[in-house]
Design a protein around this ligand. Structure first.
Ligand SMILES: [Zn+2]
Ligand SMILES: [Zn+2]
Ligand SMILES: [Zn+2]
Length: 101
């Protein structure tokens, strides 16, 4: 399973926002959050209308995102398309996630 060559690049990051950075700015909704483990960008998943985490990968080539709502101990590598087990190396949330109803 662990075929990812980028695990050494997984860093300690500070989340850039409490929810998806771009969705908060535009007032859009998201389904799940994804945290970039290279720079701390918070984006939304591919089930969300705007898919900002994937757009962030295409724009920056930052390979690793962490499932982030709440942190569940896994990450995804966009380059190798594999799940990565983070174990205890998860990023705590800064505060409550803004929710849309
Ligand atoms: Zn990888
Ligand atoms: Zn978004
Ligand atoms: Zn990034």
């Amino acid at each position: 399973m662990d075929e990812c060559r980028h695990t050494r690049d997984i860093g300690k990051v500070t989340p850039s926002a409490l929810g998806c950075e771009e969705c908060l700015k535009s007032g859009s909704k998201w389904v799940h959050l994804r945290l970039c483990r290279t720079c701390g960008h918070v984006g939304c998943c591919d089930d969300s209308p705007n898919r900002h985490a994937t757009k962030h990968f295409h724009a920056t080539k930052h390979p690793i995102i962490e499932g982030y709502d709440p942190p569940e101990g896994w990450a995804w590598c966009y380059v190798d398309e594999v799940f990565v087990d983070l174990g205890d190396d998860v990023t705590p949330q800064n505060g409550p996630i803004p929710r849309f109803v």
